[in-house]
Design a protein around this ligand. Structure first.
Ligand code: ADP
Length: 893
């Protein structure tokens, strides 16, 4: 009991210590002293989350079962790191310049920001990682049980330990994993804690190793001799399996979400890779150094049947080395917890970014999408996702019962995550890789993995029916999950790895070749593949005065010198800085971005600040957003321009109307004097002749008749003038009643010609007509129409100044009906053409002229009849066109 209590106390103390380390690291980072927090050593140590509890404890077990094969799991990643110049450097550069937040983000960004792909990879990651988290919980529980074996009935503590550990891990991750949302911000606290854990687990394993070799094995040479003598000493290397496992672990190293998190997302500087390229293989080497001795001596010393997976712990314990055993326990505990913490961060980023947020944005009301809100929703989503991911692992652990199935799940999930590899490598090395390709490859690979490895791993009959496994589905032998296409005898793991990767890569390449990438995909493809040409070697993220100065210059350009200065000084005062320039802290940058966004738009502001602070290239997303904003501004200015053009047009129209009004007003004045003249002339003569008639006696009968007829004529002239004025006012006020009747155009014209001729005794005008065309039936107000014709014919009589005046009346039957009146006079000058239809308008002072009302009346009448009348230029003489509508009857109503 005391041992267990001590262990619990040590565990709690260790947890408190880790919290303290993380807190301290965050504090230090806040103060901006991040130098040593971001050293290459810390980066390298953080990569050690690759060594989970599964490798910490399990490597010995694996050595017992399969000899040196466990080395492959270390060799794969070592190869990747040694060849960092080729793949890792590119991945890290892309991650920085494109602000990549996870594997899912990388794949979706590369293939045209496809959310479908992101969701797919996220699901893959969750499915692949959950069993692995369960495995970590199981190892902590198992190791705990080793200590409690004497004190408790087996299984009693099991559930609680796992639950407590899971809850503690969730808490830790929520506190330190969601401090900031920016992909370019490291989780300083988490990374530091993990680096410390890396040291603890290495130290623990080395300590156990040293104890085993020198304390139990009797020194180096004696131990080597023992190894030689043991079964492990016989180096039986299955070349295919070795190559396969190495390839698999290398692939997994690149694709596992948690490794991607520390390798790419948390990477602070590209050159850290240079250090890690030798230091991490060295770390792995040290981790594997004592595996074989522990296995061999464990086999010798431990009672038969004891679990070799726990030799690291049970060996010291059985020798009474409680302190060492506790250290070893802490090593395993560190391995498990660091894996869960980083995996939870990585997965929660994916889940919240690619599943929760898109859903929320779609469902939330549009008004709620202001940035402050989004930020808090993202934080909440991320925290809930962390808890969800950890609890899912716990649930899996409970449901699976934590047996043998879990022990093999490590490699199973490796194969699952490795499915991302073709899309990832293709995406960064091959511009032709397309979304459809990535989608096809992932679907095929993932499907094949599920069918050949994941589902069978639960045992035949659990998810896959027994006969399917042995005889193939529906009796199709070549579809047996563990012997696809009849290839038998392969190790199930390698079989699944081989087939899933083959189908995946094949599908990826073929579908990429067959499909046509969309514009955004092409752009992203170019950005990814040619990342070294696009982005300058990144500067360190560390802020400095030089950057603040650049920021200041930029802000001055946008906000104006005074405002920018005030902003910076205020911030400097707030930070308590000595000079006028503040440190470019994240808070300040965010605030600056907001200020700038007010003037240039959020995306542009983000890109500009990012350019200066991050030294990163602007991502395509930024460019698109900037283009969007620019487009909006252009649209706005285009609208303004259109408005001002409209205004200019209106002003032009107004000017024209004004000019016309002025001309009309001049004409009206002229008319008034004209009309008073017109009125006075007949009045004067009427008065004069009526006085003569009254006052003069002895007028001859002939004289009397003459004077009386003059009075009569003048009275008629007066009456006509008044009639015209009256008629026009009636027409203009719309008080006319149309008298619609059936008739023939020829008759109407006959009547009009006769009436016009009666007006003028001279009758010199020759009228030419077209009797055939005139045989058109009409249904309209025939009297009004003939009034129009009379006017037009009379005008020709009055104004046609040709020696032999002639009027052609041409009829174009059809719809609409066109009647042209063309004389052979000198016509009407262009500038007068649009005036003649106005009332009171007269072109010249022809003696014969009326008051300028005739054409105005004509236009009113024709309009009432639903037609049009206009001057027809270019006909030699004066020409008028009357157009009558198709359905006169209708139009007249
Ligand atoms: P009025 O009642 O004075 O004849 P109108 O409105 O009928 O006035 O015609 C307006 C002016 O158009 C006339 O003063 C005349 O100068 C010109 N005009 C009309 N018809 C002709 C034509 N056939 N030839 C030349 N000028 C014409």
């Amino acid at each position: 009991m005391t041992m267990l209590n001590t262990l619990v106390a040590v565990c709690l103390a260790y947890a408190v210590f880790l919290f303290a380390v993380a807190f301290a690291a965050e504090r230090v980072a806040l103060r901006g002293q991040v130098r040593w927090l971001r050293s290459p050593a810390v980066y390298t140590l953080s990569l050690s989350i690759y060594c989970t509890a599964w490798t910490f404890y399990g490597a010995v077990g694996s050595a017992v079962r399969t000899g040196f094969e466990y080395l492959t799991i270390y060799l794969g990643p070592s190869l990747v790191l040694v060849g960092w110049w080729w793949i890792l450097r590119k991945l890290v550069r892309i991650g920085r310049s494109q602000r990549i937040t996870s594997v899912a983000d990388l794949i979706s960004s590369r293939y045209g920001k496809s959310n479908l792909l992101a969701v797919g990879v996220t699901i893959l990651a969750v499915v692949g990682t959950t069993p692995y988290i369960a495995l970590q919980l199981q190892s902590v529980t198992l190791s705990f049980e080793v200590f409690s074996a004497e004190d408790l009935a087996p299984g009693e503590e099991k559930g609680h330990t796992a639950l407590w550990v899971a809850a503690g891990l969730a808490l830790f991750t929520v506190i330190f994993g969601t401090r900031n949302l920016d992909a370019n911000e490291r989780h300083n606290g988490v990374v530091m804690a993990i680096a410390v854990e890396a040291v603890v687990k290495l130290a623990a394993l080395l300590a156990v190793g040293v104890f085993v070799v020198w304390g139990l094995g009797g020194g180096l040479s004696a131990t080597l001799a023992r190894i030689d003598a043991s079964a492990l000493g016989r180096w039986e290397i299955d070349g295919g399996r070795w190559a396969g496992l190495m390839l698999l672990s290398a692939a997994a190293f690149l694709c596992l979400p948690r490794i991607f998190q520390v390798l790419v997302v948390e990477n602070d500087h590209e050159t850290h890779l240079r250090t890690a390229s030798w230091a991490f293989p060295l770390y792995l080497g040290l981790m594997s150094l004592f595996v074989v001795p522990i296995a061999v001596i464990g086999l010798d010393l431990m009672p038969a049947g004891s679990n070799p997976d726990l030799f690291v712990l049970t060996l010291p314990l059985s020798q009474g080395q409680d302190g060492l055993a506790v250290l070893s326990f802490l090593g395993g505990f560190s391995s498990a917890t660091s894996m869960v913490i980083v995996a939870a961060i990585a997965l929660s980023t994916m889940v919240s970014n690619h599943v929760v947020m898109p859903l929320w944005l779609r469902l939330a009301e549009p008004g709620a999408k202001v940035s402050g809100d989004v930020r808090s929703v993202v934080l909440l989503a991320r925290r809930l996702s962390i808890i969800g991911v950890v609890m899912l692992g716990y649930l899996y652990y409970r449901l699976s019962g934590g047996g043998e199935a879990l022990a093999t799940i490590g490699l199973v999930s490796f194969v699952g995550m490795a499915q991302v590899l073709p899309a990832m490598l293709g995406g960064i090395f091959w511009r032709g890789a397309s979304k459809l390709g990535a989608f096809t490859g992932l679907t095929l690979g993932f499907g094949c993995w599920g069918y050949t490895l994941f589902l069978p791993s639960f045992g035949a009959g659990v998810f896959l029916p027994e006969p399917w496994v042995t005889g193939g589905p529906f009796g199709l032998g070549w579809l047996r999950p563990q012997a696809l296409f009849g290839i038998e005898g392969l190790d199930p793991l390698l079989h699944a790895f081989f087939w899933s990767m083959t189908l995946n890569t094949g599908g990826f390449i073929l579908a990429s070749l067959a499909s046509f990438p969309q514009p955004l995909e092409r752009l992203q493809g170019a950005q990814f593949v040619n990342v070294f040409e696009h982005s300058p070697s990144p500067r360190s993220w560390t802020g400095g005065v030089a950057q603040t100065e650049d920021l200041m210059i930029m802000a001055q350009r946008i906000l104006g010198a005074r405002d920018a200065q005030a902003l910076f000084e205020r911030e400097a005062r707030r930070q308590g800085a000595r000079g006028p320039l503040p440190e470019p802290t994240p808070d300040f940058l965010e605030m600056l971005e907001r200020e700038l966004a007010g003037s240039v738009g959020a995306a542009t502001a983000h890109a500009m600040v990012g350019q200066i602070v991050g030294g990163m290239s602007v991502s395509v997303e930024d460019l698109m957003a900037v283009a969007d904003e620019t487009a909006q501004m252009m649209e706005y200015s285009a609208r303004l321009e259109a408005q001002s053009q409209e205004l200019a047009r209106t002003a032009g129209q107004l000017r024209e109307v004004n000019a016309k009004l002025t001309r009309l007003s001049v004409q009206k004045d002229a008319f008034l004097s004209q009309i008073s003249h017109e009125l006075r002339t007949p009045m004067t003569s009427i008065r004069a002749f009526s006085e003569i008639l009254r006052d003069t006696d002895g007028l001859s009968a002939g004289q009397q008749t003459k004077y009386a007829s003059i009075i009569h004529d003048e009275a008629i002239r007066l009456t006509r003038l008044l009639d015209d004025l009256l008629d026009l006012s009636v027409l203009e006020n719309g008080q006319v009643n149309l008298n619609l009747r059936e008739g023939v155009l020829a008759h109407v014209l006959d009547r009009a010609a006769a009436a016009a001729a009666a007006d003028d005794a001279g009758a010199r005008l020759l009228i030419r007509r077209d009797p055939v065309a005139e045989r058109v039936r009409l249904h309209t107000d025939l009297d009004r129409l003939s009034q129009v014709f009379i006017n037009l014919i009379a005008n020709a009589r009055k104004y046609c100044d040709a020696a032999q005046p002639r009027l052609d009346i041409r009829v174009t039957p059809g719809v609409p009906l066109i009647i042209d009146f063309i004389d052979n006079g000198s016509g009407i000058s262009p500038e007068a053409q649009d005036m003649i239809f106005e009332k009171f308008s007269r072109v010249s002072d022809q003696k014969a002229g009326g008051a300028g009302l005739g054409l105005a009346i004509c236009r009113q009448i024709v309009t009432r009849l639903g037609g049009e009348i206009a001057y027809l230029p270019g006909q030699g003489g004066a020409a008028f066109r009357v157009v009558l509508p198709a359905d006169l009857a209708l139009a007249a109503q």
